[in-house]
Design a protein around this ligand. Structure first.
Ligand SMILES: [Zn+2]
Length: 258
């Protein structure tokens, strides 16, 4: 069995990487990362992301969306301008969702921006990639309202409890697992140990949340192996099986054929 991974969530188009992008990609290839999925952040990141997906066609894939931390007063206009870049190469709508770590004043706009983008995804029959910091229950409630509309996707960087994980899985969504799984003080291990591998996507969230033993450094897709190793240990399955099933899960959720 070969051991190749897909990083389902990495912002490698950000300036953090611009000088050493070639090395980051080479490093990912040398560490069996076959594909990298890139969630967008705001209007400014669309062009660098698209450029990267053209340069590394078949390896790096683009999404479109406005990240909840970047929802401002003019969010409707910005979302429309982002979606003007829509084409057949876009694999998902993301990164969208709710960040309730932000000021409460932004919550109403965040929610409306999230709903608008869910509706766009439903219209385009694309999966969504959701950010749910301090807002898992609220995000689940939004998805429930669209559950008769064939909406699907992933709760990226999941840190919730088992009840929330099961609700997400029942809604037909996947659980995105990254570096936090390797943190000693995190309870996530106990939750993930009770979840079937068929519901899990691996991710790095580069440049954020580097796994142990790289914690505190700039994260990059090659570090996905540390998350996979931890998952293999927690679920008591071979790492080759982790690689195979999580890659299948990504390919079932996203159309990476183009
Ligand atoms: Zn992200």
């Amino acid at each position: 069995m070969n051991k190749s991974f897909i990083d389902s969530h990495a912002h490698i188009y950000l300036k953090d990487f611009s000088n050493q992008l070639g090395a980051i990609i080479d490093n990912s290839i040398n560490n069996n990362v076959e594909k990298i999925l890139m969630p967008n952040i705001n209007l400014k990141t669309v062009n660098p992301m698209k450029k990267l997906s053209l340069k590394y066609e078949g390896r790096c894939f683009s999404m479109l969306g406005l990240h909840p931390c970047y929802v401002e007063g003019n969010y409707e206009k910005e979302i429309n301008e982002i979606f003007d870049f829509f084409d057949s190469k876009v694999i998902a709508i993301g990164e969208i969702g709710l960040d309730y770590y932000q000021s409460e004043k932004t919550f109403t706009n965040q929610l409306r921006a999230f709903e608008l983008q869910c509706e766009f995804a439903i219209d385009k029959k694309l999966p969504i990639v959701i950010h749910t910091r301090n807002s898992i229950d609220e995000s689940i409630n939004v998805i429930k309202r669209y559950s008769n509309k064939n909406i699907t996707g992933v709760f990226h960087c999941f840190t919730g409890n088992l009840k929330q994980a099961n609700q997400i899985i029942d809604l037909g969504f996947k659980i995105g697992v990254g570096g936090i799984l390797t943190f000693k003080n995190s309870d996530l291990k106990n939750v993930i140990s009770k979840i079937d591998l068929s519901s899990i996507l691996l991710e790095t969230d580069s440049p954020y949340l580097s796994p142990e033993p790289k914690r505190g450094k700039v994260n990059e897709p090659s570090n996905i192996k540390y998350v996979a190793e931890k998952l293999s240990e927690i679920l008591s399955v071979p790492i080759e099986l982790v690689a195979k099933v999580t890659s299948q899960n990504v390919n079932n959720l996203f159309d990476l054929s183009s």
